[in-house]
Design a protein around this ligand. Structure first.
Ligand code: SF4
Length: 434
């Protein structure tokens, strides 16, 4: 049976006075003054121009109307600045009500008290949520509802048991050759289904570069089996260029680290972050893989597509990771459109994740059958390049789930099921051998 849980401080948002916020963002862009940014070269419309900017982006008509309606004082140059976007996030219920009429369940969530996950949405992504997504699917992924406070059996604050596999606070070491490097507790937007929701709680230790990054780097340097480092968080692309560059530089000094992977939602939640400066910096750390967290085709606006193509042009290998979410994207048509559109942007559809059972996630979780059914449909309807792996992530490591295509082992080989569902005999050289 579900039970309710609550804390005593407000759900409202990224609480800037909160000690977690204050310490976690050391080195984060939010710590910098809004103006006089590094790389500033001149002013335009009273706002500093900088190479750390999103130049020449196309603008979606609907988002332009959204900007004119809700942020009439923001010039286009400001709207295209990732730092302006972060400084003007919708992060209180008052700001949210200016844009959306809240449902009873959403209002109840804000009155309920502190949630495990902060609330903040960039103006750009708020425009996507409200104008590009007609079925309100993305709204459910961003705006808390009362359902978030209902905890059910089987749910856990750390469903992947990452804390037990954490030799030092910034590192999760689950597989011999890979580690997760937790760089920050900050994101551009906060997904209500976040697997790592626990890091946003008041009790979670803040991450500091001086101590935790250093310990993490020392652990990786001392552990020769580590071939790949997944730089994650939070969202590592929210870090200032200098901080991220410093971390990547240190990782590249470790000779056994072959691949660096960045896990991020920023190209779709804050595409303005994909600036010339960032791309120039990232180019010097190849081979780099970017795991793009994207859940719905409506996130692939003209602006997001522009950002993603710039990353691809910079030689970064991009794979997608999508969480399968009830009433948000749990249909073959939505997933197929998303995967095919990603492929057109040179993003390899990589992982479709079963939603992890974090506390208060029941309203997001689909059955495993649903994911397998979607993969089966995709096999009938699209090319293999557009089909991600469907993955569940129980304690102990990821498991790939797929429709069963081996019907039986026979004397001469196998009876297999093809994409049409027809059973066919297939000879196997090893069959019949003594
Ligand atoms: S962007 Fe990633 S880390 Fe941040 S809230 Fe969403 S899922 Fe969690």
């Amino acid at each position: 049976m579900a039970w309710r849980w609550q804390y005593s401080i407000s759900l409202n948002p990224v609480n800037r006075q909160h000690p977690l916020f204050q310490t976690a963002i050391s080195g984060c862009c939010l710590n910098q003054p809004p103006y006089g940014l590094p790389g500033t070269i001149k002013h335009e419309n009273g706002f500093p121009m900088s190479t750390d900017r999103f130049e020449n982006s196309p603008v979606s008509d609907a988002l332009e109307s959204f900007r004119a309606r809700f942020f009439p004082d923001a010039a286009l140059v400001q709207w295209h600045s990732w730092k302006w976007q972060l400084q003007h996030r919708i992060d209180t219920v008052k700001k949210l009500r200016r844009i959306l009429e809240l449902t009873e369940s959403e209002s109840a969530a804000f009155h309920h008290g502190w949630s495990k996950i902060p609330f903040a949405i960039t103006p750009y992504y708020m425009g996507v949520v409200t104008t590009m997504n007609s079925d309100s699917a993305l709204r459910k992924s961003m705006v808390p509802t009362a359902a978030e406070f209902q905890v059910n059996p089987g749910e856990s604050r750390d469903p992947l048991v990452e804390e037990k596999q954490s030799p030092v606070p910034a590192i999760v070491h689950r597989y011999p050759d890979r580690v997760l490097f937790l760089t920050t507790h900050q994101c551009a937007v906060y997904c209500r289904y976040c697997t790592r929701a626990r890091i946003f709680s008041r009790e979670a230790p803040a991450l500091s570069r001086a101590r935790h990054w250093k310990e993490g780097l020392a652990y990786i340097a001392a552990t020769k089996s580590i071939r790949e480092v997944i730089v994650s968080g939070g969202d590592p692309l929210i870090l200032a260029n200098d901080s991220l560059k410093g971390l990547l530089t240190e990782l590249r000094k470790i000779s056994h680290v072959q691949i660096i992977r960045l896990g991020t939602k920023i190209p779709v939640a804050l595409p303005q972050r994909i600036t010339d400066d960032l791309l120039g910096m990232l180019r010097s750390f190849h081979p780099l893989i970017l795991s793009l967290h994207v859940i719905h085709p409506d996130e692939l606006t003209r602006e997001a597509a522009f950002a993603i193509e710039r990353l691809a042009d910079a030689g970064i290998v991009i794979g997608s990771q999508t969480v399968l979410l009830k009433t948000i994207n749990d249909s073959t048509s939505v997933i197929q459109k998303l995967m095919e559109n990603l492929l057109r942007l040179r993003v390899r559809p990589y992982a479709l994740f079963q939603c992890d059972p974090i506390l208060g996630s029941d309203h997001f979780r689909t059955s495993l059958d649903k994911g397998i059914e979607i993969i089966e449909d995709l096999r009938r309807q699209t090319s293999g390049y557009a089909i991600p792996h469907f993955i569940a992530d129980p304690p102990g490591g990821k498991v790939t789930l797929a429709p069963n295509t081996i019907v039986a082992k026979t004397l001469s080989g196998y009876r297999l099921k093809n994409w049409r569902g027809e059973e066919i005999e297939y000879p196997d050289p090893s069959s019949g051998e003594p």
